[in-house]
Structure formats: structure tokens, C-alpha cells
Write a protein that binds this ligand. Structure first.
Ligand SMILES: CC(C)(COP(=O)(O)OP(=O)(O)OC[C@H]1O[C@@H](n2cnc3c(N)ncnc32)[C@H](O)[C@@H]1OP(=O)(O)O)[C@@H](O)C(=O)NCCC(=O)NCCS
Length: 380
């Protein structure tokens, strides 16, 4: 019989409820009523702002004046292109390489081309953040095209961040509603407190590692299905369900088998995720425009079944999956789009961590054998 381990007071598996940093960037309210970025309601930002302005807000902690915003947008446009060597290398990676791995490697490779890579002072950090935010859609679009055997399309300076991404995927200027729908989802995904990937970025930042190293770690952390990977898993599930009539039975079976349904539940939110209805509304709007509401209907039944059976609500990843599918994007782009969106949030946290930095170094409670003598291999 194994002896019961007496856990130390304060131990919190998964660091649940532990306050590991102070931050002014966003407030994740457990009631799920409203998410705010530097005090501004995300619901209002979705209605009245755009991803570029939200990026400015996250990097500078305030909304820009007209002049500041024009300069910021100019800098973003100037940084959209990705070095050809990086594009050629990453677009040539094996087809089966996960697109998240391509973006993770992309961030890492970009470090070698960034002359300010080792400069952790504020001005350089902002410049690197702008570069990372601006370049990520270009890299993702190029990889999506490479998987179809197509050459990359150069960014279009006349288009905003979201519209330009859609343009770089298929070479067509997107419908304004499509671009707005994507833009709204990017705003919703842009920042979310001390989630796992942001924590990973802050841990790296606390060691005084450079911005690209911090972000590389964040991208790798986001890939997991319990975090950003949930959106693509959710879409695969909807496709597997295939038709509305099968949705309820499918979910009940999965729950009976104790499977987790991706895109539901949350570590902090216990009742709802305020971002989900915003993205869901845009998903329905796009579906009606396209006269293809099938996936939204299946998703609604999944939602109802999860609420009835488990009292679990959808998080933002669930409606994002359907929306991206309706926008004609391949499923492997779902989690990478989360990278595109979360970049300003991660960068803001890296810069915030630098202020009054203290190395993030928790402790573990040792449960292994007590000290014992080494036995030479010949005597074992
Ligand atoms: C996000 C998540 C990891 C947070 O979970 P957590 O705080 O660690 O909560 P737990 O995983 O301990 O879950 C608590 C209970 O709810 C259940 N649960 C939580 N999320 C669930 C889901 N998506 N599907 C089915 N059951 C779920 C667990 O099985 C557990 O049930 P039990 O007490 O009967 O064992 C979890 O909800 C999850 O895995 N969701 C799916 C992945 C996802 O959508 N991630 C994106 C988050 S934005």
C-alpha cells in the first residue's frame, strides 16, 4: 500500500487560483459578463474599433490619436513582408508539419533577421512587437498557399490587417463583411490575462530572454488542444457529426465515454465566456449571407446538449471554428489564426513583465525517494 502524501498548504494543481503576476492589460472576470482591455469593453471594441487599433491599445496602454494611429498603421504596413529566405524555408517543410509548428519556427527564424533581437529596451520591444504582429498573417497565408502548391501573394497595402490576410490566402479582395467578421474574431482573441501561453511568454521574459524567444514559447504552448488547439478540434468534431440530426446523440455518446468536448468550459469562467456570443453572431451572419447554415445549426445543438448534460457553455474557440470554416479557411489555419490575433497580447505581457521584473520560479513538492547511495551498474 502506498503511503498517503501530505500535500503542502497552498499547493494548487494547475496553479488554479494562484495570482502569479499583476497586470493592467486585461481583466478576465470569472462571471464572464465582460472582458476589458485597458478598461475598454471588448464588445465595444468589436463594434467600433479594429484589430490594428486594438493592437496599439495593447502595446501602448491607451487609444491612439488620429496622428498616432496613422503612424502606427504605416509602420505595420512597412513590416508586413516576410524575408524570402524564411518563406522559402518554411513553405518547403513537409506537408504533414502542423501549421502551428510552422508559425513557431517562423517566429524563431525571424529572430535571426531582426537586428534588434537582443535589445530588450522598451523602444526596441515595441518595434519587434509591431514586426511580429505585421508579419504573422503573411507567413500563415504563404503556408496555406504552399500546402495547395501555390506561390505566396504579396501583402496589399490598401487593405487592413484582417482583409489583407484573406486577400493573401486567395488573391481576391474580400467582401467587407467577411473581413469584419475575421477582424472581430481577432479582437476577441487578442488578449486574455494570464492564460497558459501568456504565462509561458512571461516566464521566458522573466529570465530576460529576448522577445522572439518569449513568443516562440507562447506559440508552442498555444498549440495544445486544452488551449488554442481547441478551435480546430471543434471543427473536426462538427464535420464528424456531419448532420444536425446526429449532433445530440454524438455528444451524449462522447460524454458517456468521458471524452472532453473541445471548445467548451474554461478554467476561469464558470458560467459563460462573453466573447463566444460575439463571434457566434458573426458566424450566423456569414452563414446566412452564404446561405449555408448547416454548421451553425449543428453547433447550436452541440451547445444545447452540452448545457443540458454538463451545464457547460461554449468558450470563444467553439464559434470561431465555424466562423473560420465559413470564411473558407482550411481547418489547419484555425489555431494559427489565434496566434495572429494573440500576438499583441503576448507582446504587451512580455513588455509588462520587464517592468519591475522578478524571475518567475515556483517550487515543486518533492515526492521521490529520500536520499540514497549510488550503486555502480555492475552491482545492480
Ligand atoms: C478549458 C479546460 C481545460 C478548463 O478545465 P479545468 O478548469 O481544468 O476543469 P476540468 O478539466 O478539471 O473540468 C472540470 C469538470 O468539467 C468537465 N469538463 C470540463 N470541460 C469539459 C469539456 N470541454 N467537455 C466535457 N467535460 C468537460 C471535466 O471532465 C470535469 O468533470 P468531472 O469533475 O466530472 O471530472 C476544460 O474545460 C477543457 O478541457 N475544455 C476543452 C478544451 C477547450 O475548449 N479549451 C479552450 C479553453 S479557452
Amino acid at each position: 500500500m502506498t503511503a498517503e502524501i501530505l500535500l503542502p498548504e497552498g499547493y494548487s494543481p494547475g496553479l488554479e487560483g494562484v495570482i502569479a503576476s499583476i497586470s493592467a492589460i486585461s481583466k478576465v472576470d470569472p462571471a464572464g459578463d465582460e472582458l476589458i482591455y485597458y478598461g475598454y469593453k471588448v464588445s465595444q471594441l468589436c463594434e467600433q474599433s479594429n484589430f490594428e487599433e486594438v493592437s496599439y491599445l495593447l502595446l501602448y496602454g491607451k487609444l491612439p490619436t488620429q496622428k498616432e494611429f496613422s503612424e502606427f498603421k504605416k509602420k505595420m504596413l512597412a513590416e508586413r513582408a516576410v524575408d524570402k529566405k524564411i518563406l522559402d524555408y518554411l513553405c518547403g517543410m513537409p506537408e504533414k508539419a502542423h501549421t502551428m509548428d510552422i508559425l513557431r519556427s517562423g517566429v524563431s527564424l525571424m529572430a535571426h533577421f531582426d537586428l534588434q533581437c537582443e535589445d530588450n529596451l522598451r523602444d526596441a520591444e515595441v518595434a519587434k512587437s509591431i514586426r511580429l504582429i505585421a508579419k504573422m498573417p503573411t507567413l500563415l497565408a504563404a503556408r496555406i498557399r504552399a500546402l495547395k502548391g501555390q506561390k505566396p501573394i504579396a501583402p496589399n497595402d490598401n487593405l487592413g490587417h484582417a482583409a489583407n490576410f484573406l486577400y493573401m490566402v486567395d488573391g481576391k479582395e474580400p467582401d467587407a463583411d467577411f473581413a469584419k467578421a475575421l477582424d472581430v474574431s481577432l479582437i476577441c482573441y487578442a488578449e486574455h490575462g494570464l492564460n497558459a501561453s501568456t504565462f509561458a511568454a512571461r516566464v521566458a521574459a522573466s529570465t530576460l530572454a529576448d522577445m522572439h524567444s518569449c513568443i516562440t514559447g507562447a506559440v508552442g504552448t498555444l498549440k495544445g488542444p486544452l488551449h488554442g488547439g481547441a478551435n480546430e478540434h471543434a471543427m473536426h468534431m462538427l464535420l464528424e457529426i456531419g448532420e444536425a440530426a446526429k449532433a445530440e446523440g454524438f455528444i451524449k455518446e462522447k460524454l458517456k465515454a468521458k471524452a472532453k468536448i473541445m471548445g467548451f468550459g474554461h478554467r476561469v469562467y464558470k458560467k459563460k465566456d462573453s466573447r463566444a456570443p460575439i463571434v457566434k453572431a458573426w458566424g450566423w451572419k456569414m452563414a446566412k449571407k452564404l446561405k449555408n447554415t448547416k454548421w451553425n445549426e449543428i453547433a447550436d445543438i452541440v451547445e444545447k446538449t452540452m448545457m443540458d448534460e454538463k451545464k457547460l457553455f461554449p468558450n470563444v474557440d467553439f464559434p470561431a471554428a465555424t466562423l473560420y470554416y465559413l470564411l473558407g479557411l482550411p481547418i489547419e489555419a484555425d489555431t494559427p489564426l489565434f496566434v495572429v490575433a494573440r500576438m499583441p497580447g503576448w507582446c504587451a505581457h512580455v513588455m509588462e513583465q520587464r517592468i519591475g521584473n522578478r524571475l518567475l520560479r515556483p517550487e515543486s513538492f518533492y515526492t521521490g525517494p529520500e536520499s540514497r547511495d549510488y550503486i555502480p551498474i555492475s552491482k545492480r
